[in-house]
Design a protein around this ligand. Sequence first.
Ligand code: G1P
Ligand code: ZN
Length: 544
Amino acid sequence: MNSRCVETTPFAGQKPGTSGLRKKVSVFKQPNYVENFVQSIFNALEGYGGQTLVVGGDGRYFNREVIQIILKMAAANGFGRVLVGQGGILSTPAASCVIRKHKAFGGIVLSASHNPGGPSEDFGLKYNITNGGPAPEKVTEAIFAHTQKISEYRIVDAADIDLERVHATRLGDMAVEVIDPIADYAALMQELFDFDAIRGLLASGSFSLCFDAMHAVTGPYARKILEDMLGAAGGSVIHGEPLEDFGGGHPDPNLVHAHELVERIGKPDGPLFGAASDGDGDRNMIMGRGRFVTPSDSLAIIAANATAAPGYAGGLSGIARSMPTSLAADRVADALNIPCFETPTGWKFFGNLLDAEMATVCGEESFGTGSNHVREKDGLWAVLMWLNILAAKKMTVDEIVRGHWQTYGRNYYSRHDYEGVDSAAAEGLMDHLRALTGTLEGKSLGGYTVAFADDFAYTDPVDGSVSTKQGVRIGFSDGSRIVFRLSGTGTEGATLRLYVERYEPDPARHDLETQEALADLIAIAGDTAEIRARTGRDAPTVIT
Ligand code: G1P
Ligand code: ZN
């Protein structure tokens, strides 16, 4: 088989963000764009000759074409074997599971997560390392450096591989195995959770659930695990057919985009438990009748109750949360007498803590929860954990949440996103805040006393690597907090994220409407950052 070197020149801006390289499809479709980035990944790695690479994606538009390119380039670059999901499909957590289980050198996951898909929408490509997790910054920086100096890539001339059926074949010297994308993942879930107890709950007649797969990758996984293996009623999984454009929807599991689920659960005879997952299956939203569980609360509640699941019966070694995630998890860690780590935004920062067994569960406010079972956040895992907890406690979602607040207090929490802001204006706003941080401590803002203000920097306790400029935090003496940062996953302009939280220990005050409970702090944040003057926006585009 003929392996060729093709001359190429660098593209500007092939810089991996919070979660890999994300761009419009039209950008990825430029001749050599994919090839340059894939070759730059390989150029940044060492020692993969003869090793295994895992490849799969969320099934969005352009997924199959890119997989064929990766397979031919992996063969030309000397990989020994590629495991690729049937149909080119692997959810992000399943890819992580397969990398770990089959001791692969790494994996390439094709996804732009919760961003819309289709010819005029987004595509993404990211590299995961041997532990199954997203490449850490030192790897993504090396990849970026290679993209800036690349002069050629290697590819074999060969016919496309048939991705539609499970089989083994060869591409030159490299073995290609088209694998069942669900089997390994489902087996892992069965090890972690009490499937008998969940089956009993689902069979009880008084319980019902609705899982919204949002026409994204989790549909087949949810049908197999929830309906076939656990016996949920047929039709419990809605929007279960993965579509290249997610049915024109925005596959982001929140109250706005998972509106059909929200409507169903709002009906008097609606399901008792509801959940949704995103484009690539790593995010989750949890609901019960009359109760939306914030992701930050979900992390805290999972941490407090994880021992209900057999895989966690021995207890947790620690909890980790991203910096903007609420402090609810910290209260659970205190009670359990285990550490709670505060990391920068992005799952890659949890990898070292999980590998070193310093943390067992981790989560982000952005609808991400997971554990040491893989090295990605995992939407269905969170759903199964909740079902396991519900089965063990024999309580409703609302009772569990309220009980948790009674014990630990409530952290009112909200995120306000200002999307598509002019990039220079957004950078200017952050510079303004950074300049302020040194001057705020001890001052009063709108009646709240500033306890600390800083630009968050993180020193990884395992490898000592330092990440700076991870967001501006302003903490107040009553435990309230406002945080500002710019998104690292957007593909157009800048997105300013404002995170607001207030701690309320008094159960008599646990029933306020969230935006009302946070109104003072939201106003303080707007004034301090000069949001209106600097961005021209009167209101956020999305509130979660
Ligand atoms: C967003 C979320 C972050 C998450 C990432 C990937 O990143 O805020 O928590 O890890 O998507 O799903 P951001 O756009 O804020 O950089
Ligand atoms: Zn995702």
